[in-house]
Design a protein around this ligand. Structure first.
Ligand code: SF4
Length: 264
């Protein structure tokens, strides 16, 4: 996933997963003097939530001798997530749909501006298994194919992404962060109740309890499907947005489409 001289943008949310990721990477990185770690937080503008999580992210970065870089939705797109949600009358998309689309773009812009070679995110095994199942349940085969694409297959214009702790379960991550007493923010996002992911999480937790190994099997199935798709794909499905020039499977990318909807 990582090279010896990488400049690694580590996405820090302020939560336990990214705290553990940063802690582990920083320890490994000490053995590779040519590489560098830059912690990055995307501030979506969620009052009473992101501001507190930002403080945890800053404390963690400072405790590891790192300088946290912050990029906000407001600066990059002209809106906070709160203002988007307040003005979305008549639009059926949930908060997490906006948040996910804008956050992915924000992270890419941040990594490009910071000159990063790669973005590391703190997705864990539970997150990844949930994502695979959600894509199957939604019938979103193209997203299933694009999930966890190997670094050497990355697309021009997108900084490659890696998930170094994705085979660690949420339980192991909680244990690791408690043993090391890492500072993290543990209050759920006020929009989290909307998430389709919650239903999938409850179902998978029950399955994992009844049939241990369900999560890792689902994660590996998702990787195998993505690999199989990449092998037969000619790579012709990804073009560039005709408005902003970002890589996009459609003529107008999702970010421009959502910004248009909000402005009209
Ligand atoms: Fe964004 Fe949804 Fe996560 Fe809140 S729960 S931070 S709105 S993706």
């Amino acid at each position: 996933m990582l090279k010896e001289d990488d400049r690694i943008a580590v996405a820090i949310s302020g939560g336990k997963d990214s705290a553990v990721l940063l802690h582990i990477l920083q320890q490994i990185e000490e053995r590779f003097p040519e590489s560098e770690i830059v912690p990055v937080t995307i501030d979506e503008g969620i009052h009473g939530y992101r501001d507190q999580a930002l403080e945890s992210a800053r404390n963690l970065s400072t405790s590891l001798g790192l300088d946290l870089q912050v990029f906000s939705f407001k600066d990059l797109f002209g809106h906070t997530l709160d203002s988007i949600i307040a003005s979305r009358e008549g639009i059926s998309l949930g908060a997490c749909s906006y948040c996910g689309v804008f956050r992915r773009r924000a992270l890419n812009v941040a990594a490009e501006r910071l000159g990063a070679d790669v973005i590391a995110t703190g997705h864990n095994m539970d997150d990844e298994a949930q994502t695979v199942l959600m894509n199957v349940l939604r019938g979103d085969s193209s997203r299933l194919a694009r999930t966890n694409v190997k670094r050497n297959r990355s697309i021009e214009g997108l900084v490659p992404r890696v998930k170094p702790i994705m085979v660690l379960s949420e339980r192991d991550i909680v244990a690791y962060s408690h043993v090391l007493d890492l500072p993290y923010h543990d209050v759920p996002c006020p929009y989290a109740t909307e998430a389709y992911r919650n239903d999938v999480r409850h179902f998978l937790n029950e399955m994992e309890h009844k049939r241990p190994g369900t999560l890792i099997t689902l994660l590996r199935s998702g990787e195998a499907i993505s690999d199989a798709f990449q092998k037969i794909s000619t790579g012709g499905t990804m073009g560039y947005c005709e408005r902003c020039g970002s890589p996009s499977p459609s003529k107008v990318c999702k970010v421009c489409e959502l910004l248009d909807k909000m402005e009209n």
